[in-house]
Design a protein around this ligand. Structure first.
Ligand code: HEC
Ligand code: HEC
Ligand code: HEC
Ligand code: HEC
Length: 237
């Protein structure tokens, strides 16, 4: 009788662990750029003028014909539903809440906020709560909570996964499907993270933060980018 009870408890614990793991995973969910942009108006406006915001359009027939020809692609072909292309031209490809070929894909059909900052469902709620606490009583929130909620603070690996993913790449994580646009096709496609990071026309312009979040982990380049940041406009969800 005792043994049966012990086994039952163990099975119950296993079921609980699976449920908890499932819940944590479900929270690391992509939501699309509209959610972020409703508050971070200035970054959203600046991002809309980048090529990342138009990345899906480049897969349409006859778009960027010259570049495609140079990379031995067929300029007349429609690549917008091609699984060898779409992954790097959208947000959260085949991840929870992310882009899926043939699905509705609201606000996910470009390289948007969460492609770089991480899936936003969980940390977005923290931003709102922390923003309100700061506004009403100047209370700050430890940045550690953002990292735990899946907000990206390193960035390099995320950029590399799209930009350095080709055969013979210096990046050791490279695996198929590869990008057709490599330094062999044209040296201008060589990717230098530190240089690219300072290209506001590629990422987005930077706007002054008030310091709602404090402490580690901070990206090593935060101070550099904030030093030239402009005052921005914040909206509400
Ligand atoms: C309800 C409004 C709201 C939404 C929605 C929102 N944020 Fe924020 N976010 C804030 C506030 C408030 C801050 C703190 C700003 C400050 O310190 O001046 C912040 C801070 C940030 C920071 C800086 C964090 C740090 O380390 O200091 C980043 C990056 C950011 N948000 C990105 C995003 C992204 C990406 C999304 C969408 C997934 C998003 N936010 C959604 C309100 C929001
Ligand atoms: C999900 C894949 C993906 C991620 C993540 C990504 N990029 Fe890109 N990036 C692209 C694609 C696709 C293009 C080309 C868009 C187009 O022209 O259609 C591009 C274009 C660029 C360009 C060229 C822009 C221009 O104006 O010529 C730069 C620079 C760049 N990205 C830097 C970065 C940096 C820095 C990061 C990380 C902070 C990053 N990217 C993250 C996919 C990605
Ligand atoms: C591993 C990620 C990845 C895959 C897979 C991928 N791309 Fe891209 N693509 C990129 C990146 C990164 C850039 C930006 C290169 C740059 O400007 O440095 C880009 C840029 C482009 C451009 C713009 C080039 C220019 O100079 O204007 C086109 C067009 C394009 N890709 C089409 C495709 C097609 C078609 C496929 C499938 C056959 C594909 N891509 C697959 C990552 C990828
Ligand atoms: C190509 C990658 C990339 C994309 C796409 C992107 N960001 Fe960023 N973002 C960055 C990087 C890198 C930083 C600097 C990180 C830091 O200082 O913590 C940054 C910083 C920020 C900050 C902090 C304040 C500032 O202006 O530097 C906010 C807020 C933010 N991004 C919001 C957004 C929103 C909203 C979107 C979508 C509309 C977006 N980002 C799209 C890479 C990206």
């Amino acid at each position: 009788m005792k043994i049966v009870a012990a086994v039952a408890v163990k099975l119950w614990l296993v079921a609980l662990l699976i449920a908890v793991a499932g819940a944590a995973q479900a929270q690391a969910r992509y939501e699309g750029h509209k959610k972020c942009g409703s508050c971070h108006r200035s970054q959203a406006e600046s991002w809309r003028n980048t090529k990342h915001a138009q990345a899906m359009k480049s897969l349409e027939p006859n778009a960027r014909a010259e570049a495609k020809r140079k990379a031995s692609l067929d300029p007349a072909k429609d690549y917008t539903a091609d699984k060898d292309c779409v992954g790097c031209h959208v947000t959260g490809f085949e991840r929870e809440g992310g882009y899926r070929i043939g699905a509705r894909n609201l606000d996910l059909d470009s390289v948007a906020c969460e492609s770089c900052h991480g899936p936003g469902r969980q940390y977005r709620l923290l931003h709102r709560k922390a923003g309100q606490a700061f506004e009403s009583e100047r209370k700050t929130t430890p940045r550690q909570q953002l990292a735990e909620a899946g907000e990206e603070k390193e960035f390099r690996e995320r950029c590399n996964a799209c930009h350095l993913n080709y055969e013979g790449s210096p990046w050791t994580g490279a695996r198929k499907p590869y990008t057709p646009f490599t330094p062999k096709v044209d040296p201008k496609y060589a990717f230098d993270f530190d240089k690219a990071l300072d290209d506001d026309k590629a990422v987005h312009e930077h706007f002054k933060l008030e310091g709602v979040f404090t402490g580690p982990p901070l990206p090593p380049f935060r101070d550099r980018l904030q030093a030239r940041a402009q005052p921005g406009v914040m909206g509400k969800e």
